[in-house]
Design a protein around this ligand. Structure first.
Ligand code: TXA
Ligand code: MG
Length: 329
């Protein structure tokens, strides 16, 4: 493996496609976060992705498709009408649809399961890569398992170092949080992860309310995910000052600019402001968490945004970052 300093990085789409064809791994930008991509038809490529991320092999990967009319039928089996409606409305874009896995996708990609998460990313560089490669690309977020997702090529290099054959550098991601995941394999469509496409938009397209997953999304047993090294405490704005006072050690605060201005925090607290506007806050979220973490604080107190629109995705990620830490950390 190449050391991080010699890892190849650039904007060469043809080279990136040739790496995928040879069974290698390419990190690439999407509009949500950077993905760690491999050939979705190759069991070997899937194994490499799990190894590079340090992710358990039974956690299914999302498969990325070209923006072309027949792609859904090419990679899924028994496509339901609801999937066509949502793909027509939101692809290319930050929406993943869970459907039956088509035969062209290696079972290793889905952890052996017969369902698969499919999405058509909107980022032009991701689309150029998919077009040059010709197949589908399995790609989880390009971070170590459980860590904060990368929204720049630098984040990918910091996290995965030499475990990637090539990093396509497309600048900072536009949405900044992972795609919305809607499961269409049951009787009722279920929201599995809030993201860049809002619940309201999906319900409007389907003409029906989305169901909730059977397991509570924020159960105490949910292992921490999307997490920096510092401990994270997620609180509503009204509890910020009291929560900061109750912490021991070096404290960092991540909060909307207007909340910080009103909070009157002691000068010893490291603060990173997020924009008040929610789309801009989502775009900045992961880079801000990384910046605060890099200051070496022991605890990050993060203020939960209003849960309208993409605020639901931001709140979801902050709660998960604050979840109990698993053995992988
Ligand atoms: O925005 C995104 O979705 C990014 C970019 C790279 O596309 N990808 C991403 O992938 O976030 P990843 O692997 O970090 O997260 C995938 C999530 C996991 O929580 C996984 O459990 C769920 O999607 N998932 C994938 N396939 C699934 C399936 N067949 N059934 C249930 N959940 C699935
Ligand atoms: Mg991830």
């Amino acid at each position: 493996m190449l050391p991080a300093s010699r890892m190849r990085r650039g904007t060469d789409i043809e080279h990136a496609a040739s790496v995928l064809r040879a069974g290698g791994l390419v990190a690439f930008p999407t509009e949500t976060v950077y993905g760690l991509g491999g050939d979705a038809s190759s069991a070997d490529a899937a194994r490499k992705i799990f190894a590079a991320k340090g992710r358990p092999a039974d956690h299914p990967l999302i498969v990325h498709l070209r923006h072309a009319p027949d792609e859904l039928d090419r990679w899924a089996a028994d496509v339901p009408a609801s999937a066509r409606v949502l793909a027509d409305r939101f692809w290319p874009g930050p929406l993943t649809l869970i459907v039956r896995r088509g035969a062209r996708i290696a079972p290793e990609v889905t952890g052996g399961g017969d369902t698969v998460g499919l999405r058509t990313p909107a980022h032009p560089m991701a689309q150029a890569l998919l077009a040059a490669f010709g197949g589908a690309v399995a790609a989880p977020s390009a971070n170590r398992y459980g860590h904060v997702s990368p929204t720049t090529a630098d984040h990918v290099v910091d996290d995965l170092g030499g475990d990637v054959d090539y990093v396509l550098d497309g600048g900072a991601c536009e949405v900044g949080v992972e795609s919305t995941i809607v499961d269409l394999t049951g009787d009722v469509a279920v929201l599995r992860r809030p993201g860049g496409v809002t619940r309201e938009q999906v319900e409007d397209a389907l003409g029906a309310p989305l169901g909730e997953p059977e397991a509570p999304r924020y159960s105490g047993s949910t292992p921490s995910h999307y997490a920096p090294s510092a401990r994270v405490v997620a609180v509503p704005a009204a509890q910020l000052a009291d929560t900061v006072r109750a912490q021991r050690g070096n404290v960092g605060v991540l909060a909307p600019a207007s909340v910080l201005a009103a909070a009157g925090l002691p000068p010893s607290v490291r603060v990173v402001a997020l924009p008040d506007e929610l789309d801009a806050a989502a775009r900045r979220l992961y880079a801000a968490l990384r910046e605060l973490d890099a200051t070496g604080v022991d605890v990050i107190v993060a203020v939960l945004p209003p849960e309208a629109g993409v605020g639901a995705a931001i709140a979801d990620r902050l709660r998960r970052a604050a979840g109990p830490r698993g053995p992988h950390e």
